[in-house]
Ligand binder design. Structure first.
Ligand SMILES: Cc1cc2nc3c(=O)[nH]c(=O)nc-3n(C[C@H](O)[C@H](O)[C@H](O)COP(=O)(O)O)c2cc1C
Length: 190
């Protein structure tokens, strides 16, 4: 599943995410997009869990996913507020899933992807060991087409790796949850 964390109408994070998911389909994945531009997710309030339709839909998508791509613009070296809000809702769904990170940034977006990685680790998710960043203005044309072959190659590599490693880890996690060994990490999710 891909999550677009930019609320900008002509978001290039969304374009890169779509490309990555298209590549993932070529490698055999089924994909879904959770676009925070249209989800209208309220600010997370811990004492109002389960009170809106957007949350119900989002939770269903998160439960369905075995791998998740988080796409965020660089906002002052951080992920967007919309992405952080999404993650605040979804901490229980991270275990046993592999997360990949892409970032639209003029500055490589390393701190942005590190922050998303930190949140996912804190929620017991697995992270891909590399991310993909791009410079929205330079790497995409006005027609919305990606024009940087290196970024395209990295998105394709990430799609392939996420499909393979995401599948392996998620399958093992489900098998561990279904098993009876009390010493595994997954045992606490029974
Ligand atoms: C509030 C705000 C803060 C930003 N801070 C940074 C920044 O620190 N570094 C950077 O490279 N770009 C920064 N940008 C630019 C965006 O990261 C950039 O325009 C990005 O491509 C937007 O992604 P999108 O097309 O998916 O919306 C900022 C933009 C906004 C609106």
């Amino acid at each position: 599943m891909g999550v677009n964390g930019s609320l900008r109408e002509r978001s290039r994070s969304a374009l890169a995410l779509r490309l990555l998911l298209d590549f993932a389909e070529e490698y055999g994945a089924e994909t879904r997009v959770l676009d925070l531009r249209s989800l209208e997710l309220p600010l997370f309030r811990p004492d109002r869990r389960g009170s809106c339709e957007a949350e119900t839909r989002m939770s269903a998508d998160m439960s369905w996913a075995s791998g998740v791509v988080l796409a965020s613009p660089d906002y002052h070296g951080s992920m967007s507020g919309a992405m952080k809000n999404f993650l605040d809702y979804n901490w229980e769904e991270c275990a046993g899933k592999v997360f990949a990170y892409i970032c639209s940034s003029h500055e490589k977006g390393l701190t942005v992807m590190d922050q998303m990685r930190t949140v996912v680790r804190q929620c017991y998710g697995w992270s891909m060991p590399y991310g993909v960043s791009f410079n929205g203005k330079d790497d995409f044309g006005d027609d919305g087409m990606l024009k940087n072959a290196k970024v395209e190659a990295r998105l394709r590599m990430m799609a392939r790796d996420l499909v393979i490693y995401g599948g392996l880890i998620h399958r093992q996690f489900l098998a561990d949850v279904a098993g009876s060994d009390a010493s595994t990490f997954a045992a606490s999710y029974r």
